[in-house]
Design a protein around this ligand. Structure first.
Ligand code: DX5
Ligand code: ZN
Length: 228
């Protein structure tokens, strides 16, 4: 089953509730929320109050991507805000096992994310405890960047490890995933697809956003069928 995790980073923040509803009419099944602190990444976005506001707009799982230093300090706040899935970067967690355990203890599903320069080997030990692994296909910080093709190899590697280790974590991709790149990540094994600019495209036109989502999913599902 393919899930479209629409990223509200590219939405019109002045009409967030409408933008969320539009993405879901187009088939979006997960809401991806990018939290940035201006330290780990060179951009600042939003924190727990906005996550809580988004929570009131939708019933789909909130997939909260923390691009912040010291995520442990904020786990309780994001749990309270209504995050379902909480993703932390391997690169900022000195005690990754402890952080992922704490996320689960707070009632959320833990997930881990690796940057383009971070190898899969660095997270093998925690694969049995995660709901999903996010493979960044751009350097985190901004929407609308170009997909880095080399990262697809990490999706394949994770899919092979999942099989070998008898696990069932999901594989998510984020960054530059578009109509042109979606087939290759699905064929490599990704089934949780983050799309920001490919869906919203800065158009502010709901009909366009909805049809973008429909077309994106059509291509993703076609790539799945071609696997069978
Ligand atoms: C980037 C964020 C992404 C971003 C993706 O650091 O993690 O979730 O919204 O945007 P696109 O799909 O435009 O590359
Ligand atoms: Zn993200």
């Amino acid at each position: 089953m393919i899930d479209l995790a629409y990223s509200i980073l590219s939405a019109d923040f002045a009409h967030l509730a409408d933008e969320i509803a539009t993405a879901e009419r187009g088939g979006g099944t997960v809401c991806h929320v990018d939290v940035m602190d201006g330290h780990f990444v060179p951009n600042i976005t939003f924190g727990p109050p906005v996550v809580a506001a988004v929570r009131r707009c939708t019933r789909v799982p909130l997939d909260v991507h923390l691009m912040i230093e010291d995520p442990d300090r904020y786990i309780a706040d994001f749990a309270k805000a209504g995050a379902d899935w909480l993703i932390v970067h391997q690169e900022v967690c000195r005690h990754l096992h402890r952080t992922l355990s704490s996320i689960r203890e707070h009632g959320m599903q833990p997930a881990v994310v690796i940057n383009p320069a971070t190898p899969v080997e660095t997270i093998i030990e925690v694969l049995p405890m995660v709901h999903h692994v996010l493979v960044m296909t751009v350097n985190p910080g901004f929407g609308g960047q170009s997909f880095i093709p080399r990262c697809v190899g990490k999706v394949e590697h994770l899919a092979a490890l999942r099989e070998e280790m008898g696990l069932n974590f999901r594989i998510e991709v984020d960054g530059g995933v578009s109509n042109d790149t979606v087939a290759q990540v699905v064929k490599a094994g990704a089934d949780l697809l983050v799309a920001g600019s490919a869906i919203y495209a800065g158009s502010g036109d709901p009909a366009k956003t909805e049809s973008n989502a429909v077309e994106f999913l059509r291509r993703a599902n076609a790539a799945t069928r071609s696997l069978a």
